[in-house]
Design a protein around this ligand. Structure first.
Ligand code: NAD
Ligand code: IPM
Ligand code: MN
Length: 367
């Protein structure tokens, strides 16, 4: 059988720096575990704009539709701030999500024991934390029409539209309930049904899908602003959180800091099954291109490496190998390996992006 295929889109800023470490991890699995991928690389974001005048070339889009999984680094940066909105680096990422129909974005926030002291919250609030935010990724205010900036009389008006269809809500709700069944069987749905009609529909549809198909799962509803507060007050009350595109964006950055650093958070964006049974999928760290530390060897590659672990689990049914990789990450953290973003209260000397990669490969060798 042909090797599974991966398309790497490293992107901008620290994207290529963290992806270089993922490449080494992929090669390690090929050399040591008889798990070989056909890897191709292409451009996205500012890097694609610089070469092609567009943040995602049509050929790249076509390749992304064909491979078994896409691994993406990060896009964006100040160099592109003044570009026309239609060709900004972020548009490339959004096009991939939309055209691949990656409606279910899994953003786990797990606090490794070794980092429990590093959170800005007290240790007992975050230690042992393991929650999963399921963010709707292809609709809502990110894509709703009408949108734009236009003139009304003598001033400009900026417009975006929050729009959800019943079927869009239903499919992401199902994805959250399915995940919950494999975890602690608990889903909290977040919206603002108190002020938004789309929120009322969201709440109704999630409840209907629950009652009809997942009555065994414990379901609660929460207004998203309260949800943000509860995430900081008592995050361990949650197991799976399901929410819309924009609330999910904000709440997942918030959850990231519970784990010690944005540099720790991976994500999986999943769509419908392809002909081979695998879901359409893209894996990317939650963080961005981090222009403030680009080119300094300071980036933490763990979020990107853990995103590859999610690819092993969700695209390739390689749960044991995903566990192996996650275990290696846990071990290097327990042994005290720290990139600059993980300098906790005890200070210490940070290691570089490559040294963190070295440590993880050594832990894989030792496993
Ligand atoms: P950011 O995530 O790039 O950075 C926020 C802060 O976290 C910075 O101080 C950065 O140094 C730090 N940080 C992020 N990742 C880190 C890592 N792996 N290791 C160590 N420190 C890390 O967010 P931002 O500054 O708001 O955005 C910068 C650019 O990235 C923007 O153009 C934005 O649109 C883009 N962005 C892209 C993605 C993506 O590609 N998925 C996600 C978020 C932001
Ligand atoms: C994320 C990012 C993206 C988003 C941007 C870069 C388009 O913040 O993946 O969290 O807003 O979805
Ligand atoms: Mn974000």
């Amino acid at each position: 059988m042909a090797n599974p295929s991966l398309l790497i889109l490293a992107g901008d800023g620290i994207g290529p720096e963290v992806m270089a470490e993922v490449r080494r991890v992929i090669d390690w699995f090929g050399a040591n575990k008889d798990l070989t991928f056909d890897v191709s690389e292409d451009l996205v974001g500012g890097a694609a704009y610089d070469n092609h005048g567009t943040p995602l070339h049509d050929d790249t889009m076509a390749k992304a539709q064909k491979v078994d999984a896409v691994l993406l680094g990060a896009v964006g940066g100040p160099k592109y701030d003044d570009l026309d909105f239609s060709v900004k680096p972020e548009r490339g990422l959004l096009r991939l999500r939309k055209e691949m129909d990656l409606f279910s974005n899994l953003r786990p926030a797990q606090c490794f024991d070794a980092l429990a002291d590093f959170s800005s919250l007290k240790k007992d609030i975050v230690s042992g934390l393991d929650i999963m935010i399921v963010r709707e990724l292809t609709s809502g205010v990110y894509f709703g029409e009408p949108r734009g900036i236009h003139r009304e009389g003598n001033e400009r008006v900026g417009i975006n539209t929050q729009r959800y269809t019943e079927s869009e809500i239903a499919r992401v709700a199902r994805s959250a309930f399915e995940l919950a069944r494999k975890r602690s069987n608990k889903v909290c749905s977040m919206e603002k049904a108190n002020v938004m009609e789309s929120g009322i529909l969201w709440r109704d549809v999630v409840q209907e899908i629950h009652d009809a198909e997942y009555p065994d799962v414990e379901l609660s509803h929460m207004y998203a602003d309260n949800g943000a507060m509860q995430l900081v007050r008592a995050p361990k009350q949650f197991d799976v959180i399901v929410t819309d595109n924009l609330f999910g964006d904000v709440l997942s950055d918030c959850a990231a800091m519970l784990t010690g650093s944005l540099g720790m958070l991976p994500s999986a964006s999943l769509g419908l099954p392809m002909a081979n049974g695998r879901p359409k999928a893209m894996y990317e760290p939650v963080h961005g291109s981090a222009p403030d530390i680009t080119g300094q060897g300071k980036a933490n590659p763990i979020a990107c490496i853990l995103s590859f672990a999610m690819a092993l689990r969700y695209s390739f049914d390689e749960g044991a190998h995903a566990d192996l990789l996650e275990g290696a990450v846990e071990r290097v953290l327990a042994d005290g390996a720290r990139t600059a973003d993980l300098m906790g209260p005890d200070g210490g000397t940070p290691i570089s992006t490559t040294e963190m990669g070295d440590a993880i490969l050594a832990a894989l060798d030792a496993a």
